[in-house]
Write a protein of this length. Sequence first.
Length: 197
Amino acid sequence: MGEAGTKGVPREDRRRQLLHGGIEAFGRQGYAQVSVAEVAATAGVSKAMVYHLFDSKEGLALACLEEVGAPLVSAVRDAQVATDPVPRALDTLAAIFGVLSEHRYGWAVVYDPSLPVGSAAAAAAEAYRDELGSLGTTGSGEIVRAAGSDDPLDHEFVDRLWQSAVATTMRFWQEHDELTADDVMERCARFLSVLAR
């Protein structure tokens, strides 16, 4: 068992509570609008405990990014198998939702524009965004080629369409607390299948 934290809660459990609260707070409001006290309150601890575990607000943000960013990149990379557009799109979305099922606001944390410029957290977020964007660009290129086109404008168009669609899907889910990840995936599957007809 890990070292006991506040009120007898093991340190690692308390850390995970703070990560969960931090991901939701940063994702809902953006880094600039969140206070350490607000995140501490989600786990019923003092600000001092947050600083003890993460050193700073930026350290907490970096830990939240690492909690969702690396698994997102790994899952999306592993999903790039199918060459048919609809199965590949659905596999990619399923991979994203699989990682974010416990962290609805994780996508917004990775794409938070209010992270401090030049900070380790901002650098980590940029690296995750670049990797996710690159995977999307590669995937859309393969789909365009499978459709018989080598026109770079076709690739650019499909890539922009895909990247925007993913971002819109994540925002939609974040705005509808009543919907689970499975609910949104079902909608994605239903309407992508219609578009493919």
